[in-house]
Design a protein around this ligand. Structure first.
Ligand SMILES: Cc1cc2nc3c(=O)[nH]c(=O)nc-3n(C[C@H](O)[C@H](O)[C@H](O)COP(=O)(O)OP(=O)(O)OC[C@H]3O[C@@H](n4cnc5c(N)ncnc54)[C@H](O)[C@@H]3O)c2cc1C
Length: 378
């Protein structure tokens, strides 16, 4: 490829999705990926809705398990069972998912250079210069390079609101196959939660904590608590609170690089894939006219960006709850509330069920007093 029309830094699922869209329209698209193999290392719970499978175009072969609901454990150990008979989510083989995404991009004509770490990027005249193994030039640059994005850093994009730290392991573990387990509490996972995601004979067991806390000790304690052995662990950052700007001229950031992650669950696959579609369309419209990519930012903020903002508001409420308040709130959930959760619960659009719950709660005064935030979501 002489001089690509688009260079995408990062061969994760979001970079591959943008590449697939651009290459399918005939643009010379080059992906630069620092690792030697796509999909490795894996640092993801792999819990997504079936929507993700549909909109990403991967095969059903990536699905390892189907999930009907969750058991949520309050800090005092009380279990609340949500879900029902409907399939709410699936557990995917994340390595395979990433590989299929890249294969689709390449089938459309995109090129991927692995073991190509971008070390330095800057503007020179009308070109963007990218340095790594060699020097490359392009007019349009996409940063799909994850939470520690060098593209975002090099061009001084505003910071994400928070970076959570997470550790996960996959170990042999017996647990109910159709239910995920979520554990809350300051002593278990300050500022986030711990999880057990069933994967057949094994389970993905992880802990996420808010910034300023080290997840490893919490993780080891959690493994002990649930009686799981310690095996190879994967650590990762979950960037939440969308960056205020995701476009600067002909440079755009997308996926984790942009902080397009739901602050309620740490899930970034759905929101990132939605963003990559909006970005792909904007690139196609702008390329011929040599315009900047600002319509990507505008359209995303008008669309799914709104849901991400609501997730951030829900997180603000969550962070106000100490263990005592959390126990109280969860103890207030009755059959009617659980019914609402089962009916409207959607991990891609958590604000829907939150709104319904806050509006329908039969203890509005208590909720209001505890949260002082009843009108956040209106
Ligand atoms: C512990 C954990 C559990 C999670 N669980 C879930 C879940 O259950 N469901 C869900 O939806 N989401 C989950 N997520 C979030 C999800 O993994 C991310 O949102 C998703 O991976 C974002 O994809 P991406 O392509 O934007 O970034 P990434 O997947 O991070 O891909 C970025 C790519 O860029 C490459 N790269 C980075 N810097 C450079 C460079 N300088 N040069 C070249 N290449 C570079 C990286 O090697 C990587 O391949 C989880 C995250 C963590 C940490």
């Amino acid at each position: 490829m002489m001089r690509p029309d688009f260079i995408i830094v990062g061969g994760g699922p979001i970079g591959s999705m943008v590449a697939k869209i651009l290459a399918s329209r005939g643009y010379a698209t080059l992906i630069l990926e620092e690792h030697s193999e796509i999909g490795k290392p894996v640092s993801c719970g792999g819990l997504v809705t079936e929507r993700v499978i549909k909109i990403s175009g991967v095969s059903n072969d990536v699905i390892m398990n189907e999930i009907k609901g969750a058991s949520i454990y309050s800090p005092n150990g009380k279990e609340i069972r949500i879900g029902g008979d409907k399939k709410h989510a699936v557990v995917i083989n994340r390595e395979r998912f990433d590989k299929e995404m890249m294969e689709m991009a390449m089938a459309e004509g995109a090129e991927c250079k692995c073991k190509w770490k971008v070390k330095n990027i800057h503007y020179k005249k009308n070109s963007i210069i990218i340095r790594g193994k060699e020097e490359m030039k392009c007019t349009y640059l996409i940063g799909a390079d994850g939470a520690r994005s060098i593209v975002a850093k090099s061009f001084y994009f505003p910071k994400v609101k928070e970076c959570l730290s997470a550790i996960q392991t996959t170990v042999p573990f017996k647990t109910e196959q159709e239910y995920v387990k979520i554990f809350l509490g300051e002593k278990i996972a300050p500022g986030f939660f711990a999880w057990i995601i069933p994967e057949g004979e094994k389970a993905r067991i992880g802990v996420g904590v808010k910034g300023g806390y080290f997840p490893k000790n919490y993780f080891l304690k959690f493994l002990k608590m649930v009686g799981a052995e310690r095996k190879k662990i994967n650590a990762g950052i979950i960037p939440i609170g969308l960056r205020k700007r995701i476009v600067k001229g002909k440079i755009a950031i997308v996926g984790d690089a942009a902080g397009q992650v739901k602050a309620t669950s740490g899930g970034g696959l759905y929101s990132g894939i939605i963003a990559s579609k909006v970005l792909g369309e904007a690139c196609i419209k702008c390329f011929e006219k040599e315009e900047n990519l600002i319509q990507y930012e505008r359209n995303y903020m008008k669309g799914f960006g709104k849901e991400l903002k609501k997730c951030m508001l829900l997180r603000k409420i969550f962070l106000r709850l100490d263990d005592k308040k959390m126990n109280k709130i969860l103890s207030l959930l009755d059959e009617k509330d659980i019914e609402i959760i089962n009916r409207y619960g959607d991990i891609d659009y958590p604000s829907l069920v939150a709104k319904k719950l806050i509006r329908n709660n039969i203890h509005p005064r208590l909720i209001k007093k505890l949260l002082n935030s009843r009108y956040y979501l209106n």
